[in-house]
Ligand binder design. Sequence first.
Ligand code: ZN
Ligand code: ZN
Length: 346
Amino acid sequence: MQALVIHAPGDLRVQDVPTPELEAGQMLVRVRCGGICGSDLHYYQHGGFGTVRIQEPMVLGHEVAGAIEAVGPGVSGFAVGERVAVSPSRPCGQCRFCQMGLQNHCLDMRYYGSAMRMPHVQGAFRQQIVIDTTQAYKLADHVSDQEGAMAEPLAVALHGVQRAGPLLGRKVLVTGCGPIGALAIIAARRAGAAHIVGTDMGEHPLRKALQVGADEVINVGTEPEGLARFAADKGQFDVLLEASGNERALRSAFDVLRPRGIVVQLGLSGGEMQLPFNTVVAKEFDLRGSFRFHEEYATAVELINKKLVDLKPLISATMSFRDPARAFALAADRSQAMKVLLSFDD
Ligand SMILES: [Zn+2]
Ligand SMILES: [Zn+2]
């Protein structure tokens, strides 16, 4: 079988990799579709992010869906031919944090396509993958493989909303309307947010943000003072979901977040950020990180299966994995693309 293997920045190859043996409790999935994530782009463009660097060849990818090709001994409840979304989260189940229900903080996490540990955890951009049954979530017949692959970034957004606490009736600001920000808008809406404002520097992501349910959007590139009207009375927003990784976005949001407001930083940014900490103190902000997810993956698939979320507006294109340079170039172009998916069919 073939896989997409990153060797160095800009050096992404289609190459043969062996199919691992099926063990008890596992199944073989024919991968049909995989979403290109911001982290895949970082590995491709820069060889990593923050202090994380590729040190050996690694199969990229962690947002995939496919069809069951074979089931191992002792597997019940799944049959060959069924379509599943595959959770890339593989906590050990044994460590202190797994025992606390904080699986995303597992001490022995083997998350697909991650260079955070050595040897790297090989990813899911491959034609076949052996998974544990606990990673498989069945897709309803009306759900496309593409939508199934979107369960992973949706789970990231759902975890962010979970970290924010109750959103019913709240005014929510989402800074950065790329795929994660747009999915955070969808997740906040489902959680009962009363008014959602999205900001970005690009017209395309802002259009998409409106399409998936933002009440209003502001282009802070062309309209730098666009948020100022929300600064009255120490700030109008109850919650900030920060998805841009941009220090300036975070700072300007601090002016429009009310005292005791909640700040959720969704995902890792490229570098470290400096914050006006006196504002955090004086306005008594609650500063909360949000990293990956665990149980939210099941919720994501359920919401998709029940048509309670519509992810189709965020799917920009599906392209063959055999020409990764083309697909990754489109994925990096924020003026045209939200989520670009790879097809692993021949
Ligand atoms: Zn992802
Ligand atoms: Zn663990």
